[in-house]
Design a protein around this ligand. Structure first.
Ligand SMILES: Nc1nc2c(ncn2[C@@H]2O[C@H](COP(=O)(O)OP(=O)(O)OP(=O)(O)O)[C@@H](O)[C@H]2O)c(=O)[nH]1
Ligand SMILES: [Mg+2]
Length: 361
């Protein structure tokens, strides 16, 4: 009897101390309808193409508690919704009302990656909350920022650029985001990667205006960027502008106008009632571009921090990522492949720019 109890206890202890896979957390940040969820779908719907030409394998994780493929199913479902944008591309010039519907609850997506043919080494969790949360549940959002190693700030580019940017604040809520981010960064406990990701920027890409998009980000988020560059935690924050073409072959045309020819607006702080997009050609197709870049940046950030942790005694700061740093010495080939993948990152063209922390990017 006693032996049996002891055996059970041993089993429990064994389970409790079983090494957990290191976890990296990413938070999609942004106001209502700027394109957070669409970006996520474009980043992860085609894992084969992410994995192509590398020895790394990124897979959607099964939810072990519920034993289902929630992440994969959510991505596939939303991918279909996103494709609806192109339903009439063979017969119409204008993009009809289509695409993703807004979110009302926070969703978590789980992935795992590691070397091809081996057990996954690292868990990746992405949190996607409804844009309304930045106003209605700021403490929750601060919690998400705090717990995440990487924050992707999604930006609606036409609202940022058109009409001299007068609709940027009302759509993108730069000042609320700046406020939330700085409050968390003031008490930074671990290193962070912050990516500003301008979206819906196909028009500017085609017109060769991506440098202008990047400058607009620097202007609209000047206070946050200043804080990142000069604040006490500057050595621990890596930050870059990394635009993505979420859908491709669709360009911004204008905001819808009223009879007098003025931009039709809604709400107390006037926001354009509707943005009008058009297909670049008959039969336009879904063709996202640069969607792998946030991942390249994330992996680059991790490998650089790891290298620094070996030489730098301020490594106490790195405790959040220490599980990954324990993994790399045990598995040098994983480190090699991760850093190889990360070298695909773009740094100085098409609106890409490292803003701060180049030593850890
Ligand atoms: N034309 C165009 N439309 C896009 C693009 N990305 C997203 N959209 C559309 O913009 C709308 C909002 O996108 P979402 O991805 O739902 O935005 P969100 O930030 O997740 O919004 P909430 O969940 O409501 O906070 C959807 O109708 C999308 O289909 C893009 O790159 N180009
Ligand atoms: Mg959403």
């Amino acid at each position: 009897m006693l032996m049996k109890i002891l055996d059970n206890v041993k089993g429990m202890v064994g389970k409790a101390v079983a090494p957990k896979r290191p976890l990296m957390r990413v938070c999609m940040m942004g106001a209502r309808g700027v394109g957070k969820s669409s970006t996520l779908v474009s980043m992860f719907h085609d894992l084969n193409s992410v994995n192509q030409g590398t020895n790394l394998q990124l897979v959607a994780a099964k939810d072990v508690r519920r034993n289902d493929n929630a992440t994969e199913e959510m991505i596939i479902e939303r991918y279909k919704e996103l494709l609806n944008i192109f339903t009439h591309s063979d017969s119409s010039e204008l993009v009809m009302n289509a695409g993703l519907s807004g979110d009302f609850e926070t969703k978590e997506y789980h992935f795992q990656f590691g070397l091809k043919g081996k057990k996954p080494g690292i868990d990746l969790q992405i949190k996607d909350f409804p844009g309304e949360f930045i106003k209605d549940f700021p403490d929750d959002v601060k919690g998400f920022i705090d717990e995440s190693e990487a924050i992707i700030i999604a930006i609606d580019t036409p609202h940022m650029i058109e009409y001299n940017g007068i609709y940027c604040e009302v759509k993108n809520r730069c000042s609320i985001i700046t406020d939330l981010m700085t409050k968390v960064l003031e008490n930074l406990q671990g290193d962070k990667l912050i990516l500003f990701v301008p979206l819906k920027c196909e028009k500017y890409y085609q017109e060769g205006r991506m440098a202008e998009v990047c400058s607009a980000v620097e202007r609209c988020y000047a206070d946050l960027i200043d804080f990142i560059r000069k604040g006490s935690a500057k050595l621990h924050i890596a930050c870059a502008v990394t635009p993505i073409l979420t859908v491709g072959e669709i360009v911004f045309k204008d905001f819808i106008k009223d009879k007098e020819g003025n931009v039709k607006t809604v709400g107390e702080d006037p926001m354009p009632a509707k943005a009008v997009y058009s297909f670049v050609r008959k039969g336009a197709e879904y063709s996202p571009q640069y969607c792998e870049q946030p991942l390249c940046y994330l992996l680059s950030f991790i490998t650089k921090l790891y290298q620094r942790s070996k030489s730098d005694k301020s490594a106490g700061f790195l405790k959040k990522l220490s599980a990954i740093f324990k993994l790399f010495p045990e598995d040098p080939s994983l480190l090699y492949e991760v850093s190889k993948f990360s070298q695909k990152k773009i740094t100085n063209r098409d609106g890409y720019k490292i803003i701060s922390g180049s030593a850890i990017l």
